[in-house]
Design a protein around this ligand. Structure first.
Ligand SMILES: NC(=O)c1ccc[n+]([C@@H]2O[C@H](COP(=O)([O-])OP(=O)(O)OC[C@H]3O[C@@H](n4cnc5c(N)ncnc54)[C@H](OP(=O)(O)O)[C@@H]3O)[C@@H](O)[C@H]2O)c1
Length: 218
């Protein structure tokens, strides 16, 4: 089974596709529109023509991927998940990347989600046989896309089961210079999503795009 990305045409999806493909994994980069997916793949391949990334529709990502990263804006994530209600296969692992934020007068602001976090919001809309993990919420897409910058940081993986966390960690762990930390149950996404806002503010105040997290002592 492939590793697929729904919403792979945005900076986050492109960056993830580039990092995973650079590590030798075959990636299906999905879009609602096949042409946009092809454009995104071409853009990524302009840095390295041999990266194993295939353009796809989101539909074919759902059909043929065993692990699917969800990289659409949070406001559309539930709709995207629900539109495939009858097509999710048991055993699929969904890795949620979304952060529920909006900008209020230029200030990043958390959008309250009744379930506590975006990841739990999506978990509530997926069938029980589909496993959910959350990761990559705290690395700026700008850095992910720049393959010439070693990530050299930590990232947190939480999930609804040890199996979901292990699967996401196994795949993301192929990315060089990225250490994955087990952040426990999916409810940890409540903290992680707020850490993203903290980081956006820090990056803005220090006028950089590259800030990211490193946990010491572990
Ligand atoms: N940007 C970052 O630094 C960063 C960091 C951590 C986490 N994230 C999270 O990662 C996710 C993606 O971020 P991004 O900056 O790449 O987002 P984006 O560029 O705004 O959107 C990504 C893709 O989502 C698809 N999309 C847009 N509206 C949609 C809709 N109504 N229904 C279905 N698909 C739709 C589009 O793909 P098509 O039009 O090709 O279908 C778009 O290219 C977000 O949830 C964000 O919070 C981002």
């Amino acid at each position: 089974m492939h590793i697929g990305i729904i919403g792979g045409t945005g900076p986050e999806g492109r960056g993830l596709a580039a990092r995973l493909a650079s590590a030798g994994l075959e990636i299906l980069l999905g879009s609602r529109d096949a042409g946009r997916a092809r454009d995104a793949v071409e853009r990524i391949r302009s840095a390295d023509a041999h990266l194993p990334i295939q353009a796809a529709t989101n539909d074919s990502v759902v059909e043929s991927s065993g692990m699917i990263f969800l990289a659409v804006p949070f406001t559309h994530a539930a709709g995207a998940v629900e539109s495939y209600r009858h097509r999710w296969r048991p055993g699929t692992v969904i890795v949620d990347l979304t952060v529920p934020l909006t900008f209020v007068q230029g200030v990043p602001t958390y959008v309250d989600v009744s379930e506590g976090s975006a990841a739990e919001h999506l978990r509530a809309r997926l069938p029980p046989g589909v496993r959910v993990a959350a990761a990559l919420k705290t690395i700026p897409a700008w850095v992910l896309e720049r393959l010439d910058i070693p990530l050299d940081c930590d990232e947190f993986v939480c999930g609804d089961s040890p199996e979901a966390r292990a699967a996401a960690t196994e795949v993301l762990g192929r990315i060089p210079a990225l250490r994955l930390l087990d952040a426990g149950g999916l409810e940890s996404a409540r903290a992680l999503e707020r850490m993203t806002l903290l980081l956006i503010g820090i990056n803005k105040r220090y006028r950089v795009r590259t800030g990211r997290f490193r946990v010491v002592g572990v």
